[in-house]
Design a binder for this molecule. Structure first.
Ligand code: PLP
Length: 385
């Protein structure tokens, strides 16, 4: 009988399991917004901004309509201007680079560290020491991304930013609760952008994002920029955008923020279990090499990612066994058609290109069970047998 029982699907992310545990509080929060009838900005958004800033140890938080808005507005508010250039990673979600363009500037892509898959500070230094003709003066900012929930090497980037007089802005879209040493992601650079898109580790029930900063002027500028450059109603002093946070999302996020540390602890435990089981199945060389978590990083495992030289075959095999996986990201940004005007070609950033062919994100969410993790690892082991 058991033999014919269909195996259940293991999803990459199961938000319904999370919802079942917080349903009453979520519905009460939504009811509160409906009763108040204030749907954009207002008291829920202000309360969430205060709670998130306190949680991260940042001076200010400014709620935005999405992580993308948070990112380009933080670049603009920090002072990145038209014609300037910003150094970032080619191995990230598209918005890390498109937000630079949206702020009027141009991205410079520098290769990643193959161990952490984050922007490599040594290569950033090399790029700064050998800029193109007249380029050095135009380079205004560094935009490292805390990929998969692990901070980029912020000690090195703080040092580089101060040596070269550059603004340091964090793309912390995947890293609520992550730390570098004693510092929280989002409290290190001059500004940081977070995303609360539903798949992120702290997620809303729609689009939302936020900027954190310790600089009161940047916070004030952001409040104007997210609201059509309007310091007071119907007075416009510059061109901002409609990038305001929705109150319903803030209300949902307040419920979830109270649980984020518990959820992060579960993610970290699952990552540990994956690591142990993969190693004991003899798969270290095949899927964990050369990945590393930096000893300075408190990794929140927004994603748990392995590397395989037979990635696409492995992925198809897992799919045939009802195990969902994803590739973040299959095309490095310097090779995206829309960035062809920058003149990069295949082979320019070999580590990012190799990673895009090898990485595979396995199921990861707080409510994932030990049995599910074991089945994922057993199935990977079966593939390699
Ligand atoms: C999700 C994400 C963004 C954009 O956030 P949205 O809320 O989807 O606009 C930016 N950068 C990174 C690294 C992301 O993962």
């Amino acid at each position: 009988m058991l033999k014919n029982q269909p195996i259940s699907r293991i999803p990459l992310l199961d938000l319904d399991r999370q919802y079942q545990g917080i349903r009453d509080e979520i519905l009460a929060a939504i009811e509160r917004v409906c009763s108040l009838q204030q749907f954009v900005l207002g008291p829920e958004v202000e309360a969430f901004e205060g709670e998130l800033a306190a949680y991260l140890g940042a001076g200010y938080a400014v709620g935005c309509a999405s992580g993308t808005d948070a990112l380009w507005l933080s670049l603009a508010a920090a002072g990145v201007k038209s014609g300037e250039r910003v150094i970032t990673t080619p191995f990230s979600f598209f918005a890390s680079a498109s937000s630079i363009v949206r702020a009027g500037a141009e991205p410079i892509f520098v290769d990643i560290d193959p161990h952490t898959l984050n922007l490599d500070p040594q290569k950033v230094r090399t790029a700064l020491e050998n800029p193109g003709q007249g380029e050095r003066a135009k380079i205004k900012a560094l935009l490292p991304v805390h990929l998969y929930g692990q901070c980029a090497d912020m000690t090195a980037f703080e040092r580089i930013a101060s040596e070269y007089g550059l603004l340091l802005i964090e793309d912390a879209a995947q890293a609520v609760g992550a730390k570098w040493g004693a510092k929280n992601a989002g409290s290190i650079g001059i500004a940081a952008a977070f995303s609360f898109y539903p798949t992120k580790n702290l997620s809303a029930y729609g689009d939302a994002g936020i900027v954190t900063t310790n600089d009161p002027k940047i916070a004030l500028d952001l409040r104007r920029l997210r609201n059509h450059g309007s310091p007071e109603r119907y007075l416009h002093t510059e061109f901002g955008w409609n990038a305001r946070m929705d109150a319903m999302q803030a209300a949902v996020l307040r419920v979830k923020l109270r649980r984020i540390d518990r959820w992060t602890a579960s993610r970290r435990q699952h990552a540990e279990t994956y690591n142990l089981l993969l190693k004991s199945a003899g798969l270290f060389e095949r899927v964990l090499q050369p990945l590393q978590t930096s000893p300075h990083a408190f990794h929140v495992f927004h994603q748990y990612v392995i590397r395989s030289q037979r990635r696409d075959e492995l992925r198809a095999f897992l799919k045939s066994r009802e195990i969902a996986t994803e590739v973040y990201y299959p095309i490095p940004l310097h090779l995206q058609p829309v960035f062809s005007y920058l003149g990069y070609k295949e082979g320019d950033l070999p580590e990012a290109e190799r990673a895009s062919k090898e990485v595979l994100a396995l199921p990861m969410f707080p409510e994932l069970t030990q049995e599910e993790i074991k089945r994922v690892v057993d199935t990977i082991a079966e593939f390699y047998r």
